[in-house]
Design a protein around this ligand. Structure first.
Ligand code: HEM
Length: 439
């Protein structure tokens, strides 16, 4: 069919025959390596021909529900925010540190904060520095060959082994009982389908993978764009003052209280900045397997057994969709009305689409925004090399969606001018929900 443009939403309407699900099984087979029984459970009713039952449909459903806007998402976001706050105030304290590498630091912080929120801060396996350092996507391509992994991918193999062992301890200590609904629901469904605890521990790598591999570079890039453009930094900071509530706390003196949800709700520019960050750094292929001959819109015949790729980078750099500025980073792009009407929703593919659209997209967006708001309100950052910020080289990764920087930027970080020694209390409270009593 050459490079003809297939209407994406039309492909999505055939998600049972042009399906993402076989990739999930392949990923499990090669990377999670569960028992034969665990794999069979995962494969059961994969195409959902006989309704939405089975391990995969039943674990995916609660993920979509608990990660969609609502109480669970707010709770997870608040837990994430609490974790970021305490990390910034404790071991990750970075004040006046001249030897601070932006991307590496973000990786550590986002890894801990995301997993604290999802697995519960009390028994989170990522509190173990060995697990955290394991870099869950290390030597991924080699690990995926699934041949003598200890020899051809020793670091990846060791990282994965350490993670599985740590999850073994986690479940043995009933860690999941203190976790988010997502973890509890996945546990219940898997047990209902006869999946062993050992296999659940392995399946958790896929959750960690979804949770971390794109959010980490996305947060890094968002910080990079904001801090590397002084006018953007000032604009972002300018959204803050009306939502910062200074108050006297008898024990701590003056405390700046900030409801980040309120800032987000009143600032479409922030959401636009996040969407634009993902647009320019997105590189997912949205692979689908054609399970049976499928005719799309009476025009395109997709043959059984073929693979369909929908490359986001190509769509995100399409001049007819995004206009002549398609190569530029334009933080206002999704606020301004200029392209509205011309741009089909399916042209934006940072989170994929259809039945396999990323269930974590709202949590990811919240996390990027809380990190941005907290950082810009509290800290000044500048590259140690002086002058303007260098654009780090990046490379696509086999299964991640956001480009991973291969170079880091050494930055100096100081408390924000004018707010030195300030105390901050950040909360996430939906502005249309009940007011936070502490504000
Ligand atoms: C900026 C951050 C993120 C980006 C850019 C991203 C992007 C994507 C993309 C492109 C897909 C494949 C969709 C398709 O091909 O149609 C996907 C799937 C998935 N994502 Fe995300 N994601 C992010 C964060 C998250 C988070 C925080 C979670 C939390 C749990 C998550 C969980 C998942 C899962 C479980 C799937 C597989 C869905 C399925 O099996 O149908 N993602 N993501």
């Amino acid at each position: 069919m050459g490079r003809a443009t297939i209407p994406r939403s039309a492909v999505d309407r055939h998600s049972k025959s042009v399906s993402f699900a076989p990739h999930v099984v392949e990923f499990a087979k090669r990377i999670l390596v569960p028992s034969a029984n665990g794999l069979e459970a995962l494969k059961a009713n994969l195409d959902e021909e006989s309704g939405a039952w089975g391990c995969r449909p039943e674990t995916l459903h609660p993920m979509h529900v608990t990660l969609a806007p609502g109480e669970d998402l707010d709770r997870n976001t608040q837990a994430m925010l609490d974790s970021v706050s305490s990390l910034l105030d404790s071991v990750y304290t970075i004040t006046s540190n001249e030897d601070f590498h932006l991307f590496l630091w973000v990786r550590k912080l986002v890894t801990r904060a995301s997993t604290d929120a999802i697995y519960g801060a009390g028994k989170n396996p990522f509190q173990d520095p060995a697990v955290e350092a394991g870099n869950i996507d290390k030597e991924f391509a080699l690990l995926g060959l699934n041949v003598l992994p200890n020899i051809i991918a020793p670091k990846g193999h060791q990282g994965r082994k350490t993670l599985f062992q740590s999850f073994h301890q986690y479940y043995a200590r009933d860690g999941h009982k203190e976790a988010s609904r997502i973890v509890q629901a996945r546990y219940e469904v898997n047990r209902k389908h006869g999946v062993s605890i050992e296999d659940i521990e392995r399946f958790d790598l896929s959750l960690c993978y979804g949770l971390l591999v794109n959010t980490v570079p996305a947060v890094s890039w968002a910080l990079y764009y904001v801090y590397s453009q002084p006018s953007l930094l000032e604009e972002t900071r300018a959204k803050g003052p009306s939502h910062i509530h200074p108050s006297k706390d008898s024990a701590e003196g003056l405390v700046y209280r900030v409801n980040i949800a309120e800032i987000v709700a009143g600032c479409p520019q922030l959401a636009s900045l996040v969407l634009e960050t993902l647009r320019v750094q997105s590189t997912n292929a949205s692979g689908r397997v054609v399970l049976k001959d499928t005719m799309i819109e009476d025009q395109y015949l997709l043959k059984e057994g073929s693979i369909l790729l929908i490359p986001s980078a190509e769509l995100h750099n399409n001049i007819s969709v995004w206009g002549p500025s398609f190569k530029d980073f334009d933080p206002q792009r999704f606020v301004q009305k200029r392209d509205e009407g011309k741009r089909p929703a399916s042209a934006y593919r940072a989170y994929g689409s259809g039945a396999s659209v990323c269930p974590g997209r709202f949590l990811a967006a919240n996390e990027i925004m809380i990190m941005l708001v907290m950082m810009v309100l509290k800290y000044d950052l500048r590259p140690v090399s002086g002058g303007s910020w260098p654009l780090p080289k990046s490379r696509p990764h086999m299964t991640t969606s956001i480009l991973t920087p291969v170079e880091d930027i050494q930055v100096a970080i100081t408390e924000r001018k004018g707010y030195e020694h300030a105390r901050w209390k950040f909360v996430w409270c939906e502005s249309n929900g009940s007011p936070d009593p502490s504000l």
